[in-house]
Design a protein around this ligand. Structure first.
Ligand SMILES: [Zn+2]
Ligand SMILES: [Zn+2]
Length: 483
């Protein structure tokens, strides 16, 4: 092989190698530049003649929130005879507004709120006073509930049939345009409600334990002895709600055992099954005490927020009236059924030296005075995905105070235990010596729901963050140039 030819070949090879290196370097630079272009949104190019061309590169961006909705839920309204007497202004005139007045700003701040109407409507004054545990109420209570901001009545409960008739109760709500579920006007009516709440369609159903007599087929019942039938019914209702556009499903259940702060096995079993079926939120009532707030995750990955019981929002189930067996005795019931406090000296909150020591299921441990406004927040993103974006709880306390006018009458006031309000006494009229009981109520409630709030809000954030990341990843950058 002649040397010159060999040298020329070597030079050609070196040139080719250099060209390859330059090409690789250029490619690397192009990739880096492309990456920078994704990060830099706008590059302004000044071309000749003073004209300005604007090149906009839209890189990965977060999905826009297109709608938000806030839902509130409150528990049992129990119009015991002392509460009814307290509302009486004159013959036939009952005013419940003072009992609810402090709740109005909190309820009206939410887009839509539900409350458990644990009673039936009475025909008139003589009709209201029946016997203990028959709750027939004046229609003015409904006006107050609606004026407070509650727009959805939960009617599937064990007292709805206490009224003069189910038809009167249902028509009272229908005439006032109070949305109501769990009780229907006729067997042809739907068992559920799909409501557009601030642009998001929420599907609601309400069921109670028990079984239907012929008249009560208008009430939604489930039987713990035949839960398969309930699940089958729920499947139908959920499919119907989704067909009507429901983007989240909220199930209110009247269930569990009275005066328990722990859910029964039947409650946890039902909650788990409904979670598996795709229910988003479960909210319970009936135990007259708040039960825990939990995030349930099913084996199929579904997640459901479950507040097992909302407690009482308004009642005469005070520490005093719940003392020991006296409450059970008043009802003609058996002491053992209702739990007996082991402390013989607890006859009122003021001589209760055992605060914090009562059995969790003692009648007189104060839990029956506790209620709440449970808040669920929903958000829809631009591609139509709807998330539960967070939860919150405003604990409430049913404050009862002797009227001090020589009568034996008490005043009942629902106190919003809002920690942003520095002075509950000044803001809500709680007597200085009673603020400690308001604080105890707050502590009892937060001990049951506080961890749940934290856990659920963390899970909501994780779910939404993952969704936002996936949304960004799926985008390719778009470049537009405007002259
Ligand atoms: Zn009940
Ligand atoms: Zn006790």
């Amino acid at each position: 092989m002649p040397p010159r030819k060999h040298v020329r070949q070597q030079r050609r090879k070196q040139a080719a190698r250099r060209a390859l290196i330059v090409l690789v370097l250029l490619l690397i630079l192009a990739v880096i530049a492309g990456g920078i272009a994704l990060l830099v949104n706008t590059i302004r190019n000044h071309s000749g003649g003073g004209e300005t061309a604007v090149t906009t590169t839209v890189g990965p961006r977060e999905p826009a929130v297109t709608a938000t909705a806030t839902l509130g839920s409150s528990g049992d309204i129990l119009i015991h005879t002392p509460v009814l007497r307290s509302a009486k202004v004159s013959s036939g005139v009952y005013d419940f507004a003072p009992m609810f007045k402090h709740m109005k700003p909190y309820v009206t701040a939410l887009d839509y709120s539900a409350i458990n109407l644990e009673f039936g409507i009475g025909k008139g004054e003589s009709d209201y006073y029946q016997r203990e545990m028959i709750f027939r109420v004046p229609t003015s209570l409904i006006d107050t509930v609606m004026d407070t901001g509650y727009a959805l009545g939960l009617c599937a409960n064990n007292h709805v049939s206490n009224g003069s008739s189910l038809a009167l109760t249902e028509s009272t709500y229908a005439e006032r345009n109070l949305d109501h579920i769990g009780l229907r006007g006729s067997a042809q009516d739907k068992r559920y409600l799909v409501k557009d709440v601030n642009g998001i369609k929420l599907g609601f159903v309400n069921y109670t334990y028990g079984s239907a007599t012929s008249e009560q087929t208008l009430v939604n019942y489930f039987s713990t002895a035949n839960l398969d039938a309930f699940y089958k019914d729920m499947e139908t209702q959920m499919a119907n709600m989704r067909a009507e556009g429901a983007e989240a499903i909220i199930v209110y259940l009247h269930w569990g055992s009275e005066y328990q702060i722990k859910p029964l096995e039947s409650q946890t079993t039902m909650a788990k099954k409904l979670c598996e079926m795709g229910v988003d939120v479960i909210v319970g009532g009936h135990p007259h005490k708040i039960q825990p707030l939990e995030l349930i995750t099913a084996e199929n990955g579904n997640q459901t927020v479950c507040l097992y019981s909302m407690g009482n929002i308004l009642s005469n189930q005070t520490i005093e009236s719940m003392y020991g067996g006296s409450y059970a005795a008043n009802r003609g019931g058996n002491f053992q059924d209702y739990g007996v406090c082991k402390y013989a000296d607890v006859k009122s909150r003021y001589n209760d030296s055992h605060y914090g020591e009562h059995d969790e299921n003692c009648n007189d441990n104060g839990h029956t005075e506790d209620g709440l406004l449970f808040q669920c927040n929903f958000a829809r993103y631009e591609d139509g995905t709807v998330f539960l974006s967070g939860v919150d709880v405003l604990p409430t306390w049913c404050y009862s105070k002797a009227r001090n006018d020589g009568s034996k009458q008490k005043d009942y006031t629902i106190i919003p235990l809002d920690k942003k309000v520095s002075d509950w006494s000044a803001a809500f009229g709680v007597a200085e010596e009673d603020v400690i009981f308001a604080q105890r109520s707050y502590d009892r409630t937060m001990a049951l729901v506080g961890d749940g709030i934290t856990e659920i809000n963390a899970a909501c954030k994780t779910n939404i963050d993952a969704y936002v990341e996936a949304f960004k990843k799926a985008q390719s950058p778009v470049t537009t140039t405007q002259q």
